[in-house]
Ligand binder design. Structure first.
Ligand code: KIV
Length: 271
């Protein structure tokens, strides 16, 4: 029985209705219980347990090292904090490419062991077999085209993708293929805004952009970037909504000062 006090859950269908009604979709990443709970309560529609956890949680230079077990750990922590948002989990590098059975097993492990609602994976035609096999098990799949960070060593750089005609045409065709295969939504990362708008208009599934302009159906940012926890990552597409780097540094500095000066704890803060 549903609890009348609880917000209605966002589903893949909700997102498709939002696109049809022209309501922009707000998506953010989260990797742990406490921040997922805050982000969910604030009303975000989709929480992505991104493999960007490899960068922002584990300090790796790329998203490649994170493992399936680590993604499941992050995802299950997030799921425990979420009441309303759709929780989507990235399939990490090496768990779905070139092996459809392996892809299905990875997706099943994520769904079974974390309780998440969908998976995301990077790529177009080259991973279509994996996408079809995962979908055949009833697991919703979100696609991801454009700058796909798991292929950074192929690209060699994090610059904007699909500026050239050939790559843009391939991306247009891949978006159609992913829609026809049954993906419920698509992320477009760091591509020209005009191309992203055209793709969003050419498919019926929601297109969520990051560095892809305002002509798409929704936006996603990495939570730690938009909260300003780090100062080193400054791409043009990033808008910082807080300066947690400053807030945390200041709070920790004041705590250290109070400990050193015997200001903390005071008589009210002891038993
Ligand atoms: O891993 C991630 O955070 C992502 C987003 C950048 C879309 O894939």
């Amino acid at each position: 029985m549903s609890d009348p006090g609880k917000a209605k859950r966002v589903t893949t269908h909700t997102l498709q209705e939002m696109k049809a009604e022209g309501i922009p979709i707000a998506m953010l990443t989260a990797y742990d219980f406490s921040l997922a709970r805050l982000v969910d309560a604030a009303g975000v529609d989709v929480i992505l347990v991104g493999d960007s956890a490899s960068n922002v949680m584990a300090g790796h230079e790329t998203t490649l090292p994170i493992t399936l077990d680590q993604m499941i750990y992050h995802a299950s922590s997030v799921v425990r904090g979420v009441q309303r948002a759709l929780v989507v989990v990235d399939l990490p590098f090496g768990t779905y490419q070139g092996n459809t059975k392996g892809a299905l097993n990875s997706a099943i492990r994520i769904m079974k062991e974390s309780g998440a609602h969908a998976v995301k994976l990077e790529g177009g035609r080259e991973v279509l077999g994996s996408i079809q096999r995962i979908l055949s098990a009833g697991i919703p799949v979100m696609g991801h085209l454009g700058l796909t960070p798991q292929s950074i060593y192929k690209f060699g750089t994090y610059v904007v993708r699909a500026r050239e005609q050939e790559e843009a045409d391939r991306l247009r065709a891949d978006a159609k293929l992913l829609e026809e295969a049954g993906c419920f939504a698509l992320v477009l990362e760091k591509i020209p805004a005009d191309l992203a708008r055209e793709v969003a208009q050419s498919v019926d599934i929601p297109v969520i952009g990051i560095g892809a302009g305002g002509g798409v159906d929704g936006q996603v940012l990495v939570l730690h970037d938009m909260l300003g926890i780090n100062h080193e990552f400054n791409p043009r597409f990033l808008r910082r909504y807080a300066d947690l780097h400053g807030t945390i540094t200041d709070a920790v500095g004041r705590y250290i000062e109070d400990v050193r000066s015997h200001e903390f704890p005071n008589t009210d803060e002891q038993y």
